[in-house]
Design a protein around this ligand. Structure first.
Ligand code: SF4
Ligand code: SF4
Length: 168
């Protein structure tokens, strides 16, 4: 098992870091369509999350190297930033999906693409399987850009579930 320093240096988020803060829970629970989570804590020259956002939820960058700042109240969960982020660092979580399940809208660049109705393993940031999910939709919000996979999974894994692996 890697220690925290190894994980930090590999880019895996550990602990509370700017860019990995969850949205206000009351706002989040009331937002049909979900809100964006941006896990991008390092200063790099990049801003497609901001330029792709039609509502201004990803705030303007004073400096291209700034880490993204988000006004979650403006987010509609449209996933345009999810499809545009080259670092696969944006995703949307909709807590209104059902009583016990959330809908996770995740960037996905592997082939073959999963299909609607397919069961998948939900993986955490270090690749461990933490739950089983169901693919609810497969979308491509922007032509020739990253696909966005919609997966329903238990609400308990909201803070950890970040990608999928097909169930063989
Ligand atoms: S999901 Fe849509 S509205 Fe929300 S931050 Fe991303 S681009 Fe903006
Ligand atoms: S587009 Fe992605 S990698 Fe680039 S600044 Fe925004 S969140 Fe970070």
């Amino acid at each position: 098992m890697a220690d925290d320093l190894d994980l930090f240096n590999s880019g895996v988020l550990t602990g509370e870091r700017e860019g990995a803060v969850l949205p206000d829970r009351t706002l989040w629970e009331s937002k049909k369509g979900g809100v964006v989570l941006v896990e991008c804590p390092q200063r790099i020259p990049c801003n497609p999350c901001h330029t792709s956002c039609p509502t201004g939820a990803i705030r303007p960058f004073a400096d291209i190297n700034d880490t993204p700042k988000v006004d979650h109240s403006l987010c509609t969960g449209c996933t345009l930033c999810v499809a545009s982020c080259p670092g696969l660092a944006c995703f949307v979580i909709d807590l209104t999906f059902s009583g016990d399940k959330a809908l996770f809208k995740l960037p996905y660049e592997m082939l073959p693409l999963p299909e609607k109705g397919q069961k998948v393993w939900c993986l955490n940031r270090t690749g461990d399987c933490i739950a089983e999910g169901t693919v609810e939709n497969v979308t491509q919000p922007k032509k020739d850009r990253t696909y966005v996979i919609h997966v329903s999974a238990p609400k308990e894994v909201v803070g950890e579930f970040r990608t999928i692996r097909a169930v063989k």
